[in-house]
Design a binder for this molecule. Structure first.
Ligand code: HEM
Length: 505
């Protein structure tokens, strides 16, 4: 028996030694690093998430300043935290060909919805990105604008019915956002303004809620991608996948049968699907990236629809909610923005595309909201071709990179008095002095947000509609100061933001 115990202990000790054997990697490579402890690496917080995830990275950002980059471990997975704006520019833009991928782990191909533009590896990503980009040109946005206005008119009556009450502001603006994205991207009139319990709203709300089990899954995917593929770890529930695939199939079938053309995102996907393969007309790109043309299956189409819905819904409604919170606690800014909205709408005789573009102060207020509350607090990239930086540090193929957007946006060196909500930072004059690559609410470079114009427009339309009808004020249920929730992926409040809608005189 003693022998069995001794052997077991030896095995445990060997496993432990194997586990921690990687922790001297950064020292060996001569890169400054944040110390690691068994078994979590940089901190137990990457699994337990007791607070907003970006705070941990912000602590490391401050502790390891002024190093342009440093290494850390998430469990056993090495990562490089890059804080120098010039290095960030190199990664996101200048030397993008070394950093085409975002994910350091690959989810199972059987997890259909994870095969979307956000998560795809470089080969399929490039061909799809080129093909889908035309959906979001300013011409397309202008053509879609009447659809935005139709949804906003329905939203108007909802706001009027809520005046005098305390409302969960994200729930409120999320209904308009869901309707706009479903209508403009997929031609679906789901009307969540009147039917708030639509299945798509539940899916949208669930997509960014990370349960403990989801965090464990992601850690397994990170640490043991081969095993994860074998056990087919999935990031989205099978029921959601079935629902979205059926929705896309049914909508395509309906359009075919009734010969409907809407010139929207789904039409573009249908055209690509009819052609069969993607990328066979992109000779240069295909050669440069050595990628093969591929078939656009229903699963791949559903995955793109899913990411457009999720990315469009969550981001815009969260920017609007944070913005309305700041306007509620900064009434002078709210008065000024409303004055601009009223004057410009009067000048144009209604809510037009041109009118929205003339609202400069509204744009400054939204830019400041996205500085203080960037939807993605960290950007990720994955190095596929080694490169030596001007500091002499080598970034090697296989290195995962974290870009600390939250910390850059809250760094007093770039934004003095960073906790102050100050839209003047984004006035025409001041905007020019913002250091490049320290303001990244939509990311940067070829892999930046594809839906930026759409997101900005729906955020503006939502805010304009609400602020024209009502003033937002803090109420007894408003948590001041606002506390951020523990999500590691997105910036979200811990508790719902509750504000009072009062009549606009
Ligand atoms: C205010 C609204 C929005 C914000 C703040 C936002 C933010 C972001 C950010 C930070 C990224 C990562 C960029 C990078 O890694 O460099 C991203 C990527 C992406 N976003 Fe958005 N987004 C918004 C709206 C939208 C909308 C409306 C859509 C779709 C209709 C969308 C679709 C996507 C997609 C597909 C990607 C992945 C792009 C790629 O890898 O090629 N986003 N977004």
């Amino acid at each position: 028996m003693w022998l069995a115990i001794a052997l077991s202990l030896l095995v445990v000790w060997l496993l432990y030694k194997y586990y921690i054997s990687v922790y001297d990697l950064w020292k060996k490579r001569g890169i400054p690093y944040y110390p690691s402890k068994f078994p979590f690496g940089c901190s137990h917080e990457i699994l337990t998430h007791p607070r907003f995830g970006a705070y941990l990275h912000d602590e490391m950002y401050k502790k390891l300043a002024p190093n342009p980059m440093f290494g850390l471990f998430v469990m056993r997975v090495p990562m490089l935290h890059v804080r120098d704006p010039e290095l960030i520019q190199l990664i996101l833009t200048k030397e993008f060909s070394h950093f085409r991928e975002r994910m350091f782990f690959k989810s199972s191909e059987k997890d259909l919805l994870s095969q979307n533009l956000f998560g795809l590896g470089s080969e399929k990503w490039r061909a799809l990105r080129v093909k889908l980009t035309p959906t979001f040109t300013s011409g397309k946005m202008k053509a879609m604008f009447p659809l935005f206005v139709n949804c906003a008119e329905a939203f108007d009556s909802l706001i009027i019915s809520k005046i005098g009450s305390n409302v969960d502001i994200k729930d409120l603006v999320g209904r308009l956002t869901t309707d706009i994205i479903c209508c403009c991207a997929f031609g679906l009139d789901i009307n969540t303004i009147q039917e708030p319990d639509h299945e798509l709203r539940r899916i949208g709300a669930q997509a960014f809620q990370m349960r403990f089990i989801d965090r464990v899954k992601i850690l397994i995917l990170q640490a043991m991608p081969k095993i994860a593929n074998k056990i087919e770890a999935r990031l989205s529930p099978k029921e959601t996948e079935d629902y979205i695939v059926k929705l896309v199939e049914d909508t395509m079938e309906y359009r075919k049968k009734n010969n409907i053309k809407r010139n929207d995102f789904l039409d573009l996907l249908i055209q690509l699907n009819n052609k069969g393969t993607i990328g066979d007309d992109m000779k240069d790109e295909i050669e440069e990236q050595k990628c093969q043309p591929f078939e656009l299956t229903i699963g791949l189409m559903a995955a793109q629809c899913f990411v457009f819905f999720i990315a469009g819904f969550e981001t815009s409604s969260s920017v609007q909610s944070f913005c309305l919170y700041e306007l509620a606690v900064n009434q002078d800014i709210q008065t000024r923005v409303r004055k601009e909205i009223d004057e410009i709408i009067e000048k144009h005789g209604g809510l037009t595309y041109q009118a929205v573009h003339e609202m400069e102060y509204l744009d400054m207020v939204i830019s400041e909201t996205m500085r203080k509350y960037p939807t993605l607090p960290l950007l990720m990239r994955y190095c596929t071709k080694s490169i030596t930086t001007r500091y002499g540090y080598k970034i090697e193929a296989g290195d995962s990179i974290l870009i600390p957007v939250w910390s850059l946006h809250h760094d007093p060196e770039y934004y003095p008095d960073p906790e102050k909500f100050n839209p003047e930072r984004f006035s025409e004059q001041n905007r020019e002095s913002i250091k490049p690559y320290t303001y990244l609410p939509f990311g940067e470079g070829p892999r930046m947000c594809i839906g930026m114009r759409f997101g900005q427009l729906q955020t503006k339309v939502g805010l304009i509609t609400l602020l024209r009808k009502s003033r937002v004020e803090p109420c007894a249920a408003t948590k001041i100061p606002l506390v951020l929730g523990p999500s590691p992926m997105i910036t979200a409040p811990k508790d719902p933001i509750v504000l009072k809608l009062v009549p606009q005189s």
